[in-house]
Design a protein around this ligand. Structure first.
Ligand SMILES: [Zn+2]
Length: 109
């Protein structure tokens, strides 16, 4: 249960606080950033071509094509361009959340 709360907290709650820190003075900007973080979860659509679609004992990063190391490299390069920086950060934060979930599984939570 703790693993579930931390994982989905990182996917849904932490982005709210990141958006709040990012856009302190504009509520529209804050929600735009939050929605962008939520939209970054669309990368999980790559699970649909895996069998099984969801495996709680599998590390997504390095397994699915939008979670591959090639994709991560692309996300890292996208950090250098102002237009793609925020989305790239959201995608990298998504990968961090997935890695944290797997690490929690490994330690038995
Ligand atoms: Zn994912």
């Amino acid at each position: 249960m703790i693993r579930f709360l931390i994982h989905y907290g990182l996917h849904f709650v932490a982005p709210y606080f990141i958006a709040t820190l990012y856009a302190k003075h504009s509520i529209q900007e804050k929600y735009r950033v939050y929605v962008l973080f939520l939209a970054s979860m669309l990368v999980d659509l790559d699970h649909l071509v895996s069998d099984p679609v969801f495996d709680p004992h599998r590390l997504s990063v390095g397994h699915h094509f939008l979670h591959s190391y090639y994709a991560l490299t692309l996300y890292a390069f996208a950090l250098f361009y102002k237009r793609t920086r925020l989305l790239a950060f959201a995608l990298i934060f998504h990968m961090f959340s997935d890695i944290m979930d797997y690490l929690l599984y490994l330690i038995g939570l």
